[in-house]
Design a protein around this ligand. Structure first.
Ligand code: NAD
Ligand code: IPM
Ligand code: MN
Length: 367
């Protein structure tokens, strides 16, 4: 049988820096665990624009459709700020999500014990936190029509449209209920049904889907209250289901509960492929971090944990994913910190590569 295939798209800014550490970890699983992948690498974002004049070449898109999983670093940066909207780096990522139809974006926020002191919130509010945000990823205001900047009288108007069909809501809701069944059977759906028709439909469809999951305790919350509750008492939640834009914002907010945006991985999943596994793209929640790019300061953990999610959701290697997550946890427990995780007096931050090496050493020790 051939090896499972993995397409790596490091992208821009700190993307290639954190991905270099992930590549070492992928190599480790091949050498030490006999888990070999056919790895190919390509360009996305500004890096693709520099070469091809577009943020995602058609050939790269075609490759992404064929592989078992895609692993992406980050896209974007000030160098590309003035580009035409249609070729901005972010469009490359959005095209991947849309054309691969990755409708269910899992963004776990877990507070490792060793970091409970470094969240911007009090320790007892975040210690032991383990929540999962399920963000709809292929529709809503990110993609709805009409959209654009138009002339209207003697001024211009910018238009985006929030649009959800029942089937789009239903499929992401089902994925969230399935997850809830494997976790603590509690799901909170967030929208703004008080002011948006799409929110009314969202609530209706989610309530209907819930009938197929009678064991799951479903609640609804307006997304603005949800943002407040996430920082007031985040442990009241287990699975949070929400739309594309609210999910983008709420997941960055949840990131700070864990200590740093540099900690949060994600999995974007679509419909099952012929092999029964979902079409999938894995990426850290953070962006290209232009303020620290090129300085060896980036925390590679979000990207490394994204690979752990790939092991679990695309390659049926839950035990190896546990091994990798445990290695990360042990390194943090030892007090190893990249600069974004600093809070203690007198701790010298390690570089991106030193963090990668520390995790590899823990993997070695796990054998
Ligand atoms: P960002 O996530 O890149 O950075 C926000 C802050 O968090 C910065 O201070 C940064 O230094 C810090 N940070 C992020 N990741 C870190 C890490 N791994 N280690 C240490 N610190 C980290 O968000 P931004 O500054 O708003 O956006 C910069 C660019 O990235 C923009 O072009 C944006 O569109 C793009 N972006 C891309 C993605 C993606 O590729 N999925 C996600 C978000 C933003
Ligand atoms: C994210 C990012 C993206 C989004 C951008 C870069 C397109 O912020 O993955 O969270 O808005 O979805
Ligand atoms: Mn975001």
């Amino acid at each position: 049988m051939s090896n499972p295939s993995l397409l790596i798209l490091p992208g821009d800014g700190i993307g290639p820096e954190v991905m270099a550490e992930v590549r070492k970890i992928i190599g480790w699983f091949g050498d030490k665990r006999g888990l070999n992948f056919d790895v190919s690498e390509d360009l996305v974002g500004g890096a693709a624009y520099d070469v091809h004049g577009v943020p995602l070449a058609d050939e790269t898109m075609a490759k992404a459709q064929e592989v078992d999983a895609v692993l992406l670093g980050a896209v974007g940066g000030p160098k590309y700020d003035d580009l035409d909207f249609s070729v901005k780096p972010e469009r490359g990522l959005l095209r991947l999500r849309k054309e691969m139809d990755l409708f269910s974006n899992l963004r776990p926020a877990q507070c490792f014990d060793a970091l409970a002191d470094f969240s911007s919130l009090k320790k007892d509010i975040v210690a032991g936190l383990d929540i999962m945000i399920v963000r709809e990823l292929t529709s809503g205001v990110y993609f709805g029509e009409p959209r654009g900047i138009f002339e209207e009288g003697n001024e211009r108007v910018g238009i985006n449209t929030q649009r959800y069909t029942e089937s789009e809501i239903e499929r992401v809701a089902r994925s969230a209920f399935e997850l809830a069944m494997r976790r603590s059977k509690k799901l909170c759906s967030m929208e703004k049904a008080n002011v948006m028709e799409s929110g009314i439909l969202w609530r209706e469809v989610v309530t209907r889907v819930a009938k197929d999951y009678p064991e799951v305790e479903l609640s609804h919350m307006y997304a603005d209250n949800g943002a407040m509750q996430l920082v007031r008492a985040p442990k009241q939640f287990d699975v949070i289901l929400t739309d594309n834009l609210f999910g983008d914002i709420l997941s960055d907010c949840a990131a700070m509960l864990t200590g740093s945006l540099g900690m949060l991985p994600s999995a974007s999943l679509g419909a099952p492929m012929a092999n029964g596994r979902p079409k999938a793209l894995y990426e850290p929640v953070h962006g290209s971090a232009p303020d620290i790019a090129g300085q060896g300061k980036a925390n590679p953990i979000a990207c490394i944990l994204s690979f752990a999610m790939a092991l679990r959701y695309s390659f049926d290697q839950g035990a190896e994913a546990d091994r990798l997550e445990a290695a990360v946890e042990q390194v943090l427990a030892d007090g190893v910190r990249t600069a974004d995780l600093l809070g203690e007096e007198g701790v010298t931050p390690v570089s991106t590569t030193e963090m990668g090496a520390a995790i590899l050493a823990k993997l070695d020790a796990s054998l």
